[in-house]
Design a protein around this ligand. Structure first.
Ligand code: AMP
Ligand code: MG
Length: 395
């Protein structure tokens, strides 16, 4: 058996960072910048009002109350053609350019709101409520370095500096193929001996949560030929393939039968529970990474968290390593098999305590769904008392 760490190291050595593409801004969420972004202009590009109010000369409102004539309105989007001379004001709206001559904005709340003339009840220091050109970004300044993960705020600054397209590493396209003659599509009736197929739903969702594109390629019966045909068809649109099932020691293991002879995918027994049988390698002309995960629902999901997720992070150009853990304290004694690292389904509470859920079988979907964490028990630990400090993976 090989260790979890060796298996992951092999995977991270094999997978490559995806090449960058020119992406439209609308498709850039969750991608990673492959260029440095600078602003072609200052932001704000011009001095403008931070409030709805009146553009004034500070010296004209040093004694209040004072009533002054309003010579016009400046709305956001206006061209600022007005000039404020001594003893006059304009109305001005938030975001509108400051008129020539004015050096201060008086918020409408400090006035009677007049339109022909206005009575101002509070004075303000020069420069009040003005947003200065360049106070956010100077022309040519870097707003995002290469390697930045693009989230909502980063999309905003890209648009804000006028970019429509960016050079970014795309979200990996991940195809999930389930195998098993016993699998029926949810929403269709079960024949004798069948169960509803669930792994592809879990895995595609996990792929999406990991910032990648997930596609269900449906179910293939336990036939190596059919499996290879489906794999060939799917390779066209995949940066990664995940299969579930068909990698154990039984008969009718189509994934293993189909891939083992290629010589580019190795099948190992990894010292973990759940999820001992694992296949990983590359397939096709483009050497697409393939994860052949075990079929038991809990096993395939835990395998995803430990092996596929870090690989997807690396492909996106992000920091990739072992799945992060936090410390927690067990509420009850635990048992774990010798020589295998186990991942017990558990509920992690806000107070830092962690309780294993009832039902630790690798087929127990409902128990998995009631958990929010995995307690990691090292290979050489077979028993832990309640109150022990453990490492926990958040789900
Ligand atoms: P296998 O790895 O193909 O031997 O499958 C192990 C166990 O997981 C069997 O009990 C299967 O019925 C079950 N299983 C395999 N694939 C799926 C799937 N896609 N959805 C739900 N259960 C599955
Ligand atoms: Mg099977």
């Amino acid at each position: 058996m090989r260790s979890v760490d060796d298996h992951l190291a092999d995977i991270l050595r094999t997978v490559r960072v995806l090449a960058p593409l020119e992406l439209d801004l609308e498709l850039a969420l969750g991608t990673v910048l492959a260029e440095e972004i600078t602003s072609p202009v200052a932001l704000p590009p011009f001095d403008n009002s931070a409030m709805d109010g009146y553009a004034v000369r500070a010296q004209d409102v040093s004694r209040v109350p004072v009533t002054l004539p309003v010579i016009g309105d400046i709305a956001a989007g206006g061209d600022g053609g007005l000039t404020v001379g001594p003893g006059t004001v304009t109305r001005i709206m938030t975001g509108a350019p400051m008129p020539e001559g004015a050096d201060t904005v008086i918020p409408v709340e400090w006035t009677d709101g007049g339109t022909d003339q206005v009575t101002i009840n509070r004075s303000a220091p020069e420069g009040n409520a003005i947003r200065r050109a360049g106070e956010d970004v100077l022309p040519g300044e870097i707003v995002l370095p290469a390697g930045t993960l693009i989230g909502p705020a980063q999309l905003g600054v890209l648009a804000g500096v006028g970019r429509r397209r960016v050079l970014a590493r795309p979200r990996p396209r991940v195809v999930v193929i389930s195998t098993g003659a016993e699998l029926a599509e949810p929403g269709t009736p079960l024949a004798p001996g069948q169960i509803w197929e669930s792994n592809s739903y879990t895995l595609v969702a996990a792929v999406r949560e990991a910032g990648s594109e997930g596609y269900r390629a449906g179910v293939v019966a336990d036939d190596a030929r059919l499996f290879l045909d489906q794999l060939d068809a799917q390779l066209l649109r995949a940066d990664v393939v995940i299969t579930s099932g068909g990698v154990s020691m039984g008969a009718y293991e189509p994934v293993k039968e189909a891939l083992a002879p290629l010589g580019t995918v190795r099948f190992d027994r990894v010292a973990m529970q759940p999820g001992m049988p694992q296949g990983f390698g590359v397939v096709g002309e483009d050497q697409i990474p393939i994860f052949a995960l075990p079929g038991n629902p809990v096993s395939s999901f835990v395998s995803f968290m430990l092996f596929v997720r870090p690989a997807l992070l690396k492909m996106r150009g992000l920091h990739a390593g072992p799945t992060p853990t936090v410390r927690a304290v067990t509420t009850s004694p635990l048992r774990s098999p010798a020589g295998r690292r186990s991942y017990l389904r558990a509920v992690l509470a806000d107070d830092g305590s962690v309780a294993p859920v009832r039902g630790q079988g690798s087929h127990q979907l409902a128990a998995l769904a009631s958990a929010n964490a995995l307690i990691v028990v090292p290979e050489d630990v077979t028993e832990l008392p309640g109150g022990a400090t453990v490492e926990v993976i958040r789900l």
